[in-house]
Design a protein around this ligand. Structure first.
Ligand code: ADP
Length: 224
């Protein structure tokens, strides 16, 4: 059974249509990179997909949306807020439970963030910040991750590390990416977006970054 299917869907803001007539089927286990120039509609499409998946998916939004004044522990713990009682969440804000600390620590250790457990997120480097956002998404129990430009502020080595961790830890990965080489390396399906529509939908195997150049040129449907 498909994980998700869109049939001729539209989406936009304030009555203005951005995505038009988008049809798309996603199977469990796929690793899809949505690529296209800035403003093409990738984030809008990811929002639509995340809206359909709801709490079965973990989200890494473009700005990471971490709470600067809270610790790494608290930000990562938010990945499971929806699963716990209000009382437990409030108590953990002030007096984190040992079991929850251990659970969060298990996610932080392979991401080399263990020492930052109780550091404020506002004090982290760009790479640590983006890895904390990943830790929060990994802490979320969903088997799907929806990530909007998850490696935009890290170097190539950390980008590879983040993307391969995502691929190992989550069953289905939906990414918006502007780095074409990384998109081809870490996704097995490439969906090209232009002017709010899907203009390319192809396996990544055998493609080169140059094959995606067409996405950034004016024109019609691309046959890859
Ligand atoms: P991409 O992720 O490919 O850069 P977006 O989906 O962010 O593209 O944006 C597609 C279009 O929707 C752009 O014209 C952008 O200005 C517009 N847009 C994005 N977010 C909003 C919003 N919250 N309100 C109004 N317009 C928006």
């Amino acid at each position: 059974m498909s994980l998700l299917e869109l049939r001729g869907e539209s989406a936009g803001y304030n009555g203005k249509s951005i995505l038009r007539d988008v049809s798309l089927k996603i199977e469990p286990g796929e690793r899809i990179a949505f690529v296209g120039e800035s403003g093409a509609g990738k984030s809008t499409l990811l929002r639509l997909l995340y809206g359909r998946l709801g709490n079965t998916a973990a989200l890494m939004p473009q700005d990471s949306a971490l709470v600067q004044s809270l610790s790494v522990f608290h930000n990562v713990y938010m990945g499971r807020l929806h699963q716990c009682s209000v009382w437990r969440n409030l108590r953990n804000l002030l007096f984190p439970a040992a079991t929850d600390i251990e659970e969060v620590r298990k996610v932080l250790t392979p991401l080399r963030l263990e020492e930052k457990l109780f550091s404020n997120v506002g004090q982290l480097s760009g790479g640590q910040y983006q890895r904390t956002a990943l830790a929060r998404a990994l802490y979320h129990p969903g088997r799907v991750i929806v990530a909007d430009e998850p490696v935009s502020s890290v170097d190539e080595h950390q980008a590879s590390e983040i993307l391969s961790t995502m691929n190992c830890e989550k069953e289905t990965v939906l990414l918006a990416m502007h780095d074409r080489a990384l998109a081809l390396e870490f996704a097995n399906r490439i969906i090209g977006i232009r002017d709010g529509g899907i203009v390319m939908d192809t396996p990544s195997a055998g493609m080169t970054p140059e094959d995606l150049d067409e996405l950034y040129l004016a024109g019609g449907m691309i046959t890859a």
